[in-house]
Design a binder for this molecule. Structure first.
Ligand code: NAD
Length: 298
């Protein structure tokens, strides 16, 4: 049977339409737009593209975007002073610092300085802790939250299923484990996390009802690592050389799509899968931050 293609583009469009409506209501009630401050230190080309697409999406959905471009030689003091100013600005609801910052910047200290109520990336230890203990009055990190939303949108309930996550990064793998294991709607799964230290990784991935790949290795997951009928979510975004393309490269996921897709019941493509969900959930978190700051119960 043909697998169901889980379109992140379609799901993100639906989430964004809701977010736009929430933003409109907020503006009507409070007279200002939910606002996201994005800090970019240096001029890394990929980071510039990400920052611009976040700003553009804000404008599209009726949010206010403020970009702060700091010199690549900016000091910790300068970055912390800017964060302090934004923390104390009631017209700014979300703050994020584009990663990775240049080497003189201690990213952990920078994240710790962001007011947890404005931490729309959900990188602050307080929000990570809240997520782990199942509290829903903080934020969920954007990419794992996007994965949950795709499953919800396509009526794939993880409850009672075996979810295997490949990768244990702090921004994708670990929070995905934490979210999937909660006794909550859209979760309640049995979760296994495999990583670079796992022996015989395929023996675990083959047991997955839902397999989530977040490794950053092009087409790492092959057909013989996947159970017949599994749902496969590919978080990976890798750029590999391709002489047949005008740009000289193309994007691939962490899953060898062509050989894996026919074995699955449903699969996300790359591009157009998890990718568009990350920005969609960032926008949602920003509106959420604005509503929470206004004292609204969510
Ligand atoms: P990371 O490099 O921080 O973490 C990769 C993880 O994979 C590590 O925990 C490591 O243990 C594991 N790993 C690496 N090689 C392995 C191997 N051979 N076997 C088993 N495990 C292995 O990466 P990340 O930030 O979690 O990102 C993962 C992928 O997801 C990347 O391709 C990244 O571009 C992509 N990503 C996409 C989005 C999105 O919006 N779709 C967001 C974030 C990350």
């Amino acid at each position: 049977m043909e697998p169901k293609i889980l379109s992140g583009k379609e799901c993100a469009a639906s989430v964004n339409a809701e977010t736009q409506a929430m933003a409109e209501k907020y503006i009507e009630k409070y007279g200002i737009a939910p606002a996201l401050a994005v800090i970019l230190i240096g001029d890394d080309p990929a980071s510039c593209v990400y920052v611009n697409s976040k700003a553009q999406k804000c404008v599209e959905l009726g949010l206010r975007s403020e970009k702060f471009l700091l010199d690549k030689d900016a000091t910790m003091e300068e970055v912390l002073a800017l964060i302090d100013k934004l923390n104390n600005d009631p017209t700014i609801h979300g703050i994020l610092v584009q990663s990775p910052p240049p080497p003189q910047i201690d990213e952990e200290k920078v994240i710790a300085a962001i007011d947890p109520a404005k931490d729309v990336d959900c990188f602050h230890a307080l929000n990570v802790g809240k997520m782990l203990i199942g509290k829903t009055d903080g934020f969920f990190p954007c990419t794992p939250y996007g994965v949950l939303k795709i499953l919800e949108y396509y009526n794939i309930d993880p409850a009672g299923k075996h979810v295997v996550v490949i990768g244990r990064s702090n921004i994708v793998g670990k929070p995905l484990m934490a979210l999937m294991v909660q006794k909550a709607k859209g979760a309640n799964a049995t979760v296994t996390c495999v990583h670079s230290g796992t022996r015989d990784l395929a023996s675990y991935t083959r047991q997955a009802d839902i397999l989530i790949a977040a490794i950053g290795k092009s087409e790492f997951v092959k057909a013989d690592m996947v159970k017949e009928g599994a749902v496969v979510i590919d978080v990976g975004i890798n750029r590999i050389p391709d002489a047949t393309k005008k740009s000289g490269s193309r994007l691939t996921g962490d899953v060898a799509y062509a050989e894996v897709a026919p074995k699955t019941s449903a699969i996300t493509p790359v591009p157009g899968g998890v990718g568009p969900m990350t920005i969609a959930m960032l926008m949602r978190n920003t509106v959420r931050a604005a509503l929470m700051a206004a004292g609204e119960k969510l």
